[in-house]
Design a protein around this ligand. Structure first.
Ligand SMILES: Nc1ncnc2c1ncn2[C@@H]1O[C@H](COP(=O)(O)OP(=O)(O)OP(=O)(O)O)[C@@H](O)[C@H]1O
Length: 210
């Protein structure tokens, strides 16, 4: 597995007439770990979702390992290349079970090993919407670690420790720090920022390096 460089060039995203991400340029080197911080509503989630094709880019471009994504096949590859830990469960999803989610990352054995490490191994038969916030974050992370084992070259995580207890925050920061892939993690958690190589801060849709 080789880590992938990620390049955001002049990325602008809108919700209707509201600009959420405003001309963001960010180069993340292969294997680098970047913490993305900034006030609530400053555009962090939108920026990562845009890189995964979950929100449209109004202008600019995002490449992973030098590859843009435009066609259906290219987006499918992008989602294999970038493991994703979302902030919360998307509304309106059918009642997926924990085991089904873990298996969907591409390496069920690695995902279940990660689930054991993250203390959620016993939840396999439960529908996702019945989990607590912290349990759900651990399950999403276990799935993403399965995706990395299956060959993902980067991992994006959106506030993966927000619902975790103090021990969980330290555990997840250490786990992400040890990953040999490129990591971009949205976090308000200082332990996570310290564990990263670099901190980038967003303010009102724009990015500045700290
Ligand atoms: N579905 C949506 N429809 C309309 N506006 C949205 C939507 N999602 C986000 N926004 C707006 O886009 C802007 C950026 O939101 P985003 O969720 O990217 O911020 P964030 O930095 O991740 O915030 P937080 O730290 O609170 O998670 C905000 O002004 C927000 O209100």
């Amino acid at each position: 597995m080789t880590a992938a460089a990620i390049k955001f060039s002049g990325v602008t995203c809108r919700y209707g007439r509201r600009t959420a991400v405003d001309g963001v340029d960010l180069d993340v080197a292969a294997g680098e770990h970047v913490a993305l911080t900034g006030a609530n509503g400053s555009g962090k989630t939108t920026l990562l979702r845009a890189a995964l094709g979950l929100h449209p880019v109004t202008s600019g471009s995002i490449t992973v390992g030098g590859r843009p994504a435009a066609t259906h096949g290219e987006w499918a590859r992008r989602r294999r290349d970038v493991a994703w830990v979302p902030q919360r469960l998307a509304p309106g999803r059918f009642p997926l079970l924990v085991d089904e989610l873990l298996d969907s990352g591409g390496n069920p054995v690695a995902a279940r090993t990660a689930a054991t490490r993250l203390d959620v191994a016993g939840l396999g038969g439960r529908p996702l919407h019945t989990l607590s916030g912290g349990q759900l974050q651990r399950v999403f992370l276990a799935r993403a670690l399965g995706a990395v084992a299956a060959g993902a070259r980067a991992l994006f995580a959106d506030e993966p420790t927000a619902a975790l207890d103090f021990h969980g925050q330290e555990q997840v920061a250490a786990l992400l720090a040890a990953l040999p892939v490129t990591v971009v993690v949205v976090s308000h958690d200082r332990a996570m920022s310290r564990a990263c190589d670099r901190v980038a801060e967003m303010a009102a849709g724009k990015l500045r390096l700290v």
